[in-house]
Design a protein around this ligand. Structure first.
Ligand code: CA
Length: 225
């Protein structure tokens, strides 16, 4: 049944800690890969599909925050960051750029194990239907959008448009394509309707939270990064 084991990447350069984590996690029947270097860890995380990554912040060659930032450009693998007691800024930055959780060192192993169980379970149950971009989350199953945990009240078309842009994150989507995807091929309106609905979305998210979620790419379309 070894194929059913959840795979965890432990990124920590202090061998004393990584060895301890490995022993504890293997005892709980997780398969572990250990890496003590930021750049190598990023390569591993991009190449393989881990169920979860435990990521220390202070690392050689590339720090944990940078590893996470680059990972989140393409992958949503659950990440728990490890910070030292006095690294409040790292904790906040980590959560802002998409860490799922954090632990402050020194930590109780039972608490870390509980958080690992939570986040590996979340991945298999809602992970497929939840899209995230910073503080913006779109749950396709529940058809709910939230910003920083606050529900964003959207009409059906507004939700469909936001969901499509989130699904195509980092890709500039043209108005024709958005029209086809959200309104359907047989829609007889003009592409201006897309601009109108982007304005609606901005008034409900960007204007409320003072952010710029949906970017206009002149002459091309729209993108969420
Ligand atoms: Ca370290």
């Amino acid at each position: 049944m070894s194929n059913d084991k959840k795979e965890i990447l432990i990124v920590e350069d202090e061998v004393r800690i990584s060895r301890f984590l490995q022993l504890e996690l293997e005892h709980e029947n997780y398969a572990c890969t250990v890496c003590g270097d930021g750049r190598d860890a990023l390569g591993l995380a991009l190449d393989r599909d881990f169920d979860l990554i435990i990521l220390d912040v202070m690392l050689p060659s590339l720090n944990g925050i940078e590893v996470l930032r680059r990972l989140r450009q393409t992958k949503q693998t659950p990440v728990i960051i490890l910070t030292a007691r006095d690294q409040v800024v790292d904790k906040v930055t980590g959560l802002d750029i998409g860490a799922n959780d954090y632990m402050t060192k020194p930590f109780a192993i039972e608490e870390l194990l509980a958080r690992i169980r939570l986040h590996t379970k979340l991945k298999t149950t809602v992970g497929a239907s939840e899209l995230r971009c910073g503080k913006l989350a779109v749950n396709s199953e529940a058809r709910v959008a939230t910003y920083d945990g606050h529900a964003v009240d959207l009409t059906k078309k507004e939700f469909d448009l936001l969901e499509y842009l989130m699904q195509n994150r980092n890709i500039v989507v043209g108005r024709e394509k958005l029209l086809d995807a959200v309104w359907g091929f047989d829609f007889y309106g003009s592409t201006n309707v897309v601009d109108v609905y982007v304005r609606y979305l901005r008034s409900k998210i960007d204007d409320v939270y003072g952010v710029n979620i949906i970017e206009t790419v002149r002459g091309s379309g729209y993108v969420i990064r």
